[in-house]
Design a binder for this molecule. Structure first.
Ligand code: ACO
Length: 311
């Protein structure tokens, strides 16, 4: 009797049994995982850049240590995710080449500049906060290596979010200039953070299949709404004004209503025309080229060692 691989796959998805690298899977499932995981990996390592910008200017040794640890964590997240993508049959260099040529996407949020120290706290609180909301459900994604990578990533993101919020609490109790700097950062980052969740559900081309395959568990708009509901009281505690005149609490639904996102800006950034897209891709490409000698040295060392072991 012929084995029906599709049926076995469908039953695993239905019964919440993880799909593992050597299991049969439909080509389209493999393709969408490679797409999402590699975009996610790129986001982690491109995300190091706006924050690394402030390592040399952190206001105290303690803040500098925390920021260094956080930026290194992001590198680690990138590495797990590139490994997870490799289990699907794509090589790391191929994935990186797509980033360096500008072909691959990564999160729109990292194409905005970090102008002040308050931006670093805001990234921890809002950007990493949004990342957690999106990634906790991914710990239950149907593809094993991706789901398992997300567990540790989420734990670390949770530390990132707390350190960000704590640094903002300090600013919120500081001088008038510090409070102003904090509000200015909020004004610049609020809307781009809401864009992180992706296009509206009606325009989200990948959602239907990703939900069916249980890669995604919640839609872009559901997670965005949850993020707004959680963040407003936190912003109020910091004494911040939300830069959205249409924001209001709806007693009946138990949710905040918020204004329309500037989707033109979102798509412009996704297509490569944001404030820092060119700078980010150039920085990654230069880092890769300048790191060639490290890769060569590691390869030479590995070859020398295996030769010695085989002698
Ligand atoms: N920035 C850049 N591109 C985006 C963004 C965004 N904020 N949101 C959506 N897109 C892209 C999608 O990648 C997709 O492009 P593609 O089809 O060419 O690959 C297109 O816009 C349409 O969007 P969707 O159909 O909604 O895409 P998808 O179902 O993949 O949902 C989402 C997008 C929610 C980002 C999903 O891919 C996801 O959950 N990814 C994992 C989390 C992640 O990558 N986080 C990165 C930021 S967090 C961090 O690194 C700290």
């Amino acid at each position: 009797k012929e084995i029906d691989f599709q049926q076995i796959f469908d039953e695993k998805i239905e019964n919440e049994v993880r799909i593992e690298p050597k299991d049969w899977m439909p080509d389209a499932y493999r393709k969408t995982l490679i797409r999402q995981i590699s975009q996610h990996a790129h986001s982690e390592i491109v995300g190091m850049l706006p924050e690394a910008n402030w390592i040399t200017r952190a206001p105290s040794l303690n803040r500098k240590k925390i920021l260094l640890a956080k930026v290194q964590d992001e590198a680690g997240h990138g590495l797990y995710l590139y490994c997870a993508a490799e289990t699907l049959g794509v090589s790391r260099i191929q994935t990186l080449n797509d980033l360096h040529s500008g072909k691959a996407k990564y999160s729109s949020i990292f194409n905005y500049p970090t102008l002040t120290w308050a931006d670093i706290g805001i990234i921890g609180w809002l950007v990493d906060g949004a990342a957690i909301l999106n990634q906790v459900p991914l710990c239950r994604a149907s593809y094993g290596p991706y789901a398992r990578a997300m567990v540790r990533v989420c734990k670390e993101e949770s530390f990132h979010q707390r350190q960000g919020y704590e640094s903002l609490v300090v600013l919120s109790k500081g001088s008038p200039e510090q409070k102003e700097m904090l509000q200015d950062a909020m004004n610049r980052w609020w809307w781009p953070t809401l864009m992180m969740f992706g296009p509206k559900d009606e325009e989200s081309s990948n959602s239907d299949m990703s939900m069916k395959w249980r890669i995604k568990r919640f839609s872009n708009d559901e997670l965005r709404q949850r993020f707004v509901d959680i963040s407003i009281p936190q912003a109020e505690y910091l004494g911040l004004t939300i830069p959205d005149p249409d924001l209001k609490w709806n007693e009946e639904t138990g949710h905040y209503e918020f204004g329309e996102i500037d989707w033109e800006e979102f798509w412009a950034v996704v297509k490569g025309n944001g404030k820092c897209n060119k700078q980010r891709v150039d920085a990654r490409r230069n880092a890769h080229e300048e790191g060639a000698w490290v890769r060569d040295a590691a390869t030479a060392y590995h070859e020398k060692r295996s030769k010695r072991e085989n002698e």
